[in-house]
Design a protein around this ligand. Structure first.
Ligand SMILES: Cc1ncc(COP(=O)(O)O)c(C=O)c1O
Length: 487
């Protein structure tokens, strides 16, 4: 493709994107939210080898549309209420185009001085989320923020930094007795980090009594027990907004126990963290305790933050603890700027070397939305979640399984009087499988909370309006009634 063709095809691609979003806005029922293709659907549909001679861009676009995209689940569809949102914005899309056009791996200041933008926008985010000065680059304190490609990598970086800090302070390389703490509700990425680093992890049980939150008491008990057995506690991962139910760990009591026991405390706020932009939910999300105790926190901008994959804001109280753990500078990467000590090379804060230049996405989005526009987006999703709960309450067949959080509702069909848990679970499995059959109308996911099978409903797609929530509820209510009648 030459430059002139690029221009023509570029406009044509934007037209295609425009038409897609126009359909999502004006005629969403013309697009099935979830695909109904079967595993292997692409095998045979795409040639086994690339063509010898190039194909025209228009032909490639058409094949992509007709052959590949039928397998697309539409996360930007107004009736996508599954997992967690992975929303984006037109600002993010257009800036992504600019970023990919300059394609700069920006691992060091020397390789991309405009990676300095990241320092600025991370401070904007720290400010937006109410993080105290120590988590900012340009205020008093030793901390700051860095873009990581995922929350999983953020947790891996935090655990690595905590491990290196412990080993350094104790002048040892023996990590065989170190223990990571988390809860059974913690995202699997904490267990994955422990596995990658060959560390022990202890997942502590949580119960309905604490609203599925990990408590300081549970951590203190486990730490004391493990110490008696010769083990060495060194980090606890607390979650603000668990994946299954949005539970918020008791950051204050866990933080206080972590402090007393010299444990690093990482906060996984992959989904809920962006909601800290809204002052009225900061108490619920324990911002004061985060500020007081957290050593690090990850907030997924690519979930609710109107920025496309893969963009996670990772803040640390002491940046040196990260760079001490991850800095390795071979001769071929040495340069004057790095040697001067005046710059932050982002390669020293991440697992990889080359990286996506993601900060312009945050910059474009936040400059265009403004703080109030971003807050409005978060508030709307919470309001839509509340609207869904009101509708659910009006139908006696349903019950909430746990305390709803922000825009997330976890619910199920009630069992009959005196029903066994196994039978209510069976009813709800059937209910969910009947809902899945309506994949062209809405998309939901399920979970199990301490043995209770349930369905999750979460809002956050900017395309979603009240009418889509109402329509989803009507499908859910109808399918619920049919399931109960046929059980
Ligand atoms: C609480 C929590 N932590 C971590 C993750 C993993 O996020 P990522 O896909 O960015 O690694 C998720 C994903 O949904 C999550 O909900």
């Amino acid at each position: 493709m030459d430059l002139e063709e690029f221009k023509r095809n570029g406009y044509e691609t934007v037209d295609r994107i425009y038409n897609y979003y126009k359909s999502l806005r004006d005629d969403p029922s013309s697009i099935a939210v979830q695909s109904d293709v079967k595993p292997g659907y692409l095998r045979g549909a795409i040639a086994d080898a690339p063509p010898n001679r190039g194909t025209s861009f228009g032909e490639i676009q058409d094949e992509f549309r007709d052959v590949v995209l039928p397998g697309l689940n539409h996360w930007q569809h107004p009736s996508a209420f599954h997992y967690f949102p992975a929303n984006t914005s037109f600002e993010s899309m257009l800036s992504e185009m600019l970023i990919s056009s300059i394609n700069n791996p920006g691992f060091s200041w020397d390789s991309n001085p405009c990676s300095e933008l990241e320092l600025q926008v991370m401070d904007w985010l720290a400010n937006l989320f109410g993080l105290q000065d120590t988590f900012h680059h340009f205020r008093r304190g030793a901390g700051g923020g860095v873009v990581q490609a995922s929350s999983s990598e953020s947790i891996l970086v935090a655990v690595t930094a905590a491990r290196e800090k412990y080993l350094h302070e104790n002048e040892t390389r023996d990590q065989s007795r170190l223990v990571v703490y988390a809860s059974t509700q913690t995202h699997s990425s904490a267990s994955k980090a422990a596995r990658v680093l060959n560390l022990r992890i202890r997942l502590l049980e949580v119960s309905a009594e604490t609203e599925l939150a990990l408590t300081g008491e549970a951590v203190a008990r486990a730490v004391a027990e493990d110490r008696q057995n010769g083990l060495v506690p060194f980090i606890v991962v607390a979650t603000v907004g668990t994946t299954s139910t949005g539970a918020v760990d008791s950051v204050d009591s866990v933080g206080s126990v972590a402090r007393q026991n010299r444990l690093w405390m990482h906060i996984d706020a992959a989904w809920a963290g962006t909601h800290l932009a809204v002052p009225e939910v900061r108490d619920e999300l324990m911002l004061a305790a985060i500020n007081q105790y957290a050593d690090s926190i990850n907030i997924g901008m690519h979930k609710m933050g109107l920025v496309s994959m893969s963009t996670v804001a990772f803040f640390v109280r002491d940046l040196r603890s990260i760079t001490d753990a991850l800095t390795i500078t071979p001769e071929y990467l040495r340069n004057k700027a790095t040697d001067s000590g005046q710059v932050l090379d982002f390669k020293d804060c991440i697992i990889g070397l080359g990286r996506h230049f993601s900060s312009p996405k945050i910059y474009f989005m936040l400059k265009s939305y403004g703080v109030e526009g971003f807050r409005e987006h978060i508030r709307r999703s919470i309001e839509l979640g509340e609207r869904f709960r009101q509708l659910l309450k009006s139908d006696g067949r349903f019950e909430l399984v746990c305390k709803p959080r922000l825009s997330l509702t976890v619910f199920r069909l009630r069992g009959g009087e005196g029903s066994e848990i196994s039978s209510v679970n069976e009813l709800n499995r059937k209910f969910y499988s009947n809902l899945v059959a309506h994949r062209n109308e809405l998309s939901l996911t399920h979970t199990a909370v301490n043995g209770v099978y349930c369905v999750r409903f979460v809002c956050g797609c900017p395309q979603t309006k009240e009418k889509h929530v109402d329509k989803a509820f009507h499908v859910i209510a109808r399918v619920g009634a049919e399931t109960v009648n046929g059980f």
